[in-house]
Design a protein around this ligand. Sequence first.
Ligand code: 5GP
Length: 194
Amino acid sequence: MEALKQKILSEGKVLSESVLKVDSFLNHQIDPELMQEIGREFADRYADAGVTKILTLESSGIAPAVMTGLTMGVPVIFARKRKSLTLTNHLYSAEVYSFTKREANEISISQDFITSEDTVLIMDDFLANGQAVIGMINILQQADAQLAGIGIVIEKGFQEGGRKIRNQGYRVETLANIAELTDGQVTFMKEEKV
Ligand code: 5GP
């Protein structure tokens, strides 16, 4: 998606050869117009997939997921990373190792919101080694729900997550796929459609 790529090039900060900071429009301050465009793009790509719910992970997946849910007319559920006083039992949970925080978190959703009747689109802000997405797939398996596919705003194609998940036969759509982060520069994958 060209507008997203331009935003990454103009505002993204390469923190290391494996970490990109996009705090000015996605991970801290949020650009609502760009999120709306992102939502329309995912809604368009998954228009015929029979999606009934979107599942994401707090907190940075929520903005693009809500915009996609708004366009598709389906509810959005975000898995919680911390135990909450109001989310105590009747849960589906999975262990996820966090790429940015370097620690394992248990992610959970209430069993009330995803059932075997649902066809779910999984979304997240970044795809790195795939741990977050694999944790959410695990939760859908516990719920016996169908997986329509995965929608990722920024994939780091030089890390293994995308290949691992596609090799399992799942559909993965990404709006900007990064080939490398070297010398402070972002280089996108060549085959990426714009
Ligand atoms: P994975 O589980 O695929 O290894 O990593 C994806 C998760 O880690 C995402 O939910 C995202 O929040 C975070 N993440 C991974 N790589 C980056 C990165 O380069 N920049 C930022 N801001 N977050 C990242």
